[in-house]
Design a protein around this ligand. Structure first.
Ligand code: GTP
Ligand code: MG
Length: 400
């Protein structure tokens, strides 16, 4: 019996992470970035064994890290029989080829890792076509090395989902044909979606936006009393979900959208255009922030930049600082070490933010349902203002 267990239990794949931070980046930041990469790795089901860091002005053109560091990684990978090496940037096709030759294991870069998670998560036909398109576009310039890559990878695992092996093993021409077919398919979906959205015209539209894993879906469930998948993993949501909500007789549509992340592959943003249309056509954005995260301010910046990329930076925004429960817990621990009498509270954080930002801000805990009434109140104020501008007598369109 014992033997059998060993044979049937599928072993978890193992990974090492590699980053090349710039000289001026602090060690603390480097650690945070690698924590995020490890979280992405965990999200695809692999286990991180070790992290390799080499400070350089910029990554090596041939092998991303320098010669000495590469030898170190090669030795570790051999000794510990590591399944894959994951790099915190997008690698060029020639870097992948060179690294593959040296390391003889799967080479995964940040873009491929994110694409893999998206492929795992995509539910609707549109989202699946969007991810597949982004995967093919990523693969196209890397096709030659994928031949050997894939023959070694038979049997599945990370970076094997999405386009099937046989499809990848064909030549570039066929991949190009695939891309153009997907383009047609997506255009058709886009037309259908556009018609659908047109039929909702008039009703106020609100989108939840924010960095990945901040609690958008949890909040969606709370506000719309629905049941959207929320999980402590990155990119739990890839498809946009829309729900109708009514607060005090004022109807509006609330949509939950894909989370943003730093260094999101640009091709991926492009292929997600139709999902992002949901944001682009919104009247109001609820920008959700995980205030317990040490880099929450940087995350706000990443989200604002991405909003700019999709021409949605000028929309009215309500900042929703979520996970105040975790934030307070952490402060309490810090305080206990220095002044055990003191009680942490969020008023300092609140006032500093109110002074700095010109957007309304609400501090909540979606998990503990703290301050949700205040959020509803602020939301209602904004939504009803837009609604009453459109329908001065509060007569909503018939279909709603
Ligand atoms: N402690 C705490 N955890 C929360 C709170 N809100 C959400 N979470 C947890 O945070 C994790 C992520 O929540 P989601 O709602 O899936 O986050 P999301 O922004 O939709 O994430 P993606 O779809 O992956 O981009 C889940 O484990 C939630 O239970 C909160 O107020 N406090
Ligand atoms: Mg979500």
């Amino acid at each position: 019996m014992r033997n059998q267990l060993h044979v049937t239990a599928k072993e978890q794949e193992t990974a090492v992470l590699v980053a090349v931070p710039q000289w001026r980046q602090t060690d603390e930041k480097t650690k945070e970035y690698l924590d995020e990469l490890a979280f992405l790795t965990e999200t695809v089901g692999a286990k991180t064994l070790k992290r390799f860091i080499q400070k350089l002005d910029k990554p090596d053109l041939r092998t991303y890290v320098g010669k000495g560091k590469l030898e170190e990684i090669v030795a570790y990978v051999k000794e510990h029989k590591v399944d894959m090496v994951i790099f915190d940037d997008e690698l060029s096709p020639s870097q992948v080829r060179n690294l593959e030759r040296e390391l003889q294991v799967k080479i995964i870069d940040r873009s491929l890792l994110i694409l893999d998670i998206f492929a795992l998560r995509a539910q609707t036909a549109t989202a699946r076509a969007q991810v597949e398109m982004a995967q093919y576009q990523y693969l196209l310039p890397r096709l030659t090395n994928l031949w050997t890559h894939l023959s070694r990878q038979r049997g599945g695992g990370v970076a094997m989902r999405g386009p099937g092996e046989t499809e990848i093993e064909t030549d570039r021409r066929i991949v190009r044909e695939k891309i153009s077919l997907l383009k047609e398919k997506l255009e058709k979906f886009e037309k259908q979606n556009f018609e659908q959205r047109k039929s909702r015209s008039g009703i106020v539209r609100v989108s939840l936006v924010g960095y990945t894993n901040v609690g958008k879906s949890t909040l969606m469930n709370l506000i719309s009393k629905s049941d959207v998948f929320a999980e402590n993993k990155l990119f739990a949501t890839v498809d946009a979900t829309v729900r109708k909500v009514v607060i005090d007789n004022i109807p509006f549509l609330l949509s939950d959208t894909v989370g943003f992340i730093r260094k999101l592959p640009t091709k991926l943003i492009e292929s997600f255009k139709s999902t992002l249309d949901e944001i682009r056509e919104s009247d109001l954005l609820l920008h959700v922030v995980d205030v317990s995260h040490p880099s929450f301010e940087e995350h706000i910046g990443v989200v604002n930049e991405t909003l700019k990329d999709i021409q949605s930076a000028e929309k009215p925004v309500i900042l929703v600082f979520n996970k105040t429960d975790l934030y307070l817990q952490e402060r309490e621990q810090e305080l206990q070490e220095h002044s055990p009498e003191a009680r942490p509270d969020i008023s300092d954080l609140k006032s500093s933010y109110m002074a700095k930002e010109h957007t309304p801000a609400v501090f909540i805990s979606a998990a503990n349902r703290t301050n949700i009434d205040e959020l509803r109140e602020v939301l209602l104020q904004h939504v009803s203002k837009i609604h009453l501008e459109r329908y001065p007598n509060n007569q909503a369109p018939q279909e709603w």
